[in-house]
Design a protein around this ligand. Structure first.
Ligand SMILES: [Zn+2]
Length: 361
């Protein structure tokens, strides 16, 4: 390590997952390996993927890519939505970005043992600690005049940017966003940014619906009052009448559904109720789902499970957040200190919690 302009402590405060317990602990400050950079956390948001990682160790065990590592006996410092500043470079680095510069990176890091998701392996600590590591190859410098907590949400917005790139590739697709958590709202923002004509969005939570409206959703539905697909058909076709016959679809706009709930059964419900020739984006990623494949087959439904965002989607989103083309500020409910992270982590599980709670240093 070299070029450190500030003294790097041997240990740091970090909220780590160990033995299934999330707690504020004193842990060794990570040391950057070849190609890596030590950064100081400026802001890091709590994401539903962190809950998923903590709650479903079997998912990490099943991940054959090795990018998520389940290690219950070791400290895993989560946090993959971050903004940070460069503190020191490891060996074999080009050091083009100066020490002290504000940076971010997609949540991936290259280690001597393979690629990891930042914050989902013991050797890839994330932003829930005072310091963490990034790969120099992925790091990009950020301007000082955009608040760090806003820059920390690039990763959250990249999800919507990715799905809408696929979902709106054909011009006649009218979108329906099901579930208005962080992913659903990022989809709404991305759809408006991409110029989608009519955006229909559904959620049971009135605050989330109000937020979607503020972010540009044109038709906002409470599924308790109106079936989401009836609202979609009225918006897209002018009447709530169902069309089952593929020939009768001729000349009508097709549907792109963004499933952003992530609860078992929602995808099946979408497939049962969507019009023929619908494209479904399973962004919510339920833990284990059963889908009516015969219905999907009859209707010619196309389902995309995950698969992104890619690096290009991520850096495009970064540029948009930096330029103000996408503004994550409305998603930020509150900023907190590191000691508040364990309690906020619990709170963030509730659908009535702010979309994002962000730790700022
Ligand atoms: Zn996330």
């Amino acid at each position: 390590m070299n070029n450190a302009s500030r003294t790097i402590p041997e240990t740091m405060r970090a909220v780590s997952l160990r033995g299934g317990e999330l707690a504020l602990r004193q842990v060794p400050t990570p040391v950057p390996g070849p190609g890596q950079v030590l950064v100081r956390t400026l802001a890091c948001a709590i994401c539903a993927s962190d809950h998923h990682f903590a709650d479903h160790p079997e998912a990490a065990r099943r991940d054959r890519s090795g990018m998520r590592v389940h290690a219950p006996e070791r400290d895993v410092v989560m946090g993959h939505e971050y903004c940070a500043e460069i503190v020191a470079y490891g060996p074999d680095t080009r050091q083009k970005v100066p020490i002290g510069a504000r940076v971010t990176s997609p949540p991936f890091i290259l280690t001597p043992d393979g690629a990891r998701v930042v914050g989902m392996a013991p050797d890839a600590p994330g932003g829930f600690g005072e310091y963490f590591l990034l790969s120099e190859a992925f790091v990009r410098a950020l301007p000082e005049d955009v608040p760090a907590e806003r820059l920390a949400l690039i990763d959250a917005l990249a999800v919507g940017w990715y799905y809408t790139r696929l979902g709106q590739a054909e011009p006649d697709r009218v979108p329906l966003v099901v579930g208005l958590g962080a992913i659903g709202l990022s989809v709404v923002m991305a759809l408006k940014r991409r110029g989608a004509g009519t955006v229909v969005a559904a959620d049971y939570n009135p605050e989330r619906r109000a937020l979607a409206e503020k972010l540009g959703a044109d038709v906002v539905v409470d599924p308790r009052r109106t079936a989401a697909f009836a609202a979609w058909r009225t918006a897209a076709w002018g009447a709530p009448d169902e069309v089952h016959d593929r020939l009768a679809l001729s000349g009508r706009p097709r549907c792109s559904v963004y499933e952003c709930v992530g609860v078992d059964g929602v995808l099946a419900d979408v497939i049962e109720n969507c019009p023929p020739a619908t494209r479904v984006f399973s962004a919510g990623g339920a833990a284990s789902d059963t889908i009516p494949s015969s219905q999907a087959h009859l209707k010619g439904v196309n389902v995309q499970f995950g698969g992104g965002p890619g690096l290009d989607d991520w850096y495009e989103t970064m540029d948009l957040v930096v330029s103000g083309g996408l503004d994550p500020q409305p998603l930020i409910g509150r900023t907190i200190g590191i000691g508040d992270l364990p309690a906020a982590f619990k709170e963030a599980r509730s659908s009535s919690a702010p979309v994002r709670i962000v730790y700022t240093a």
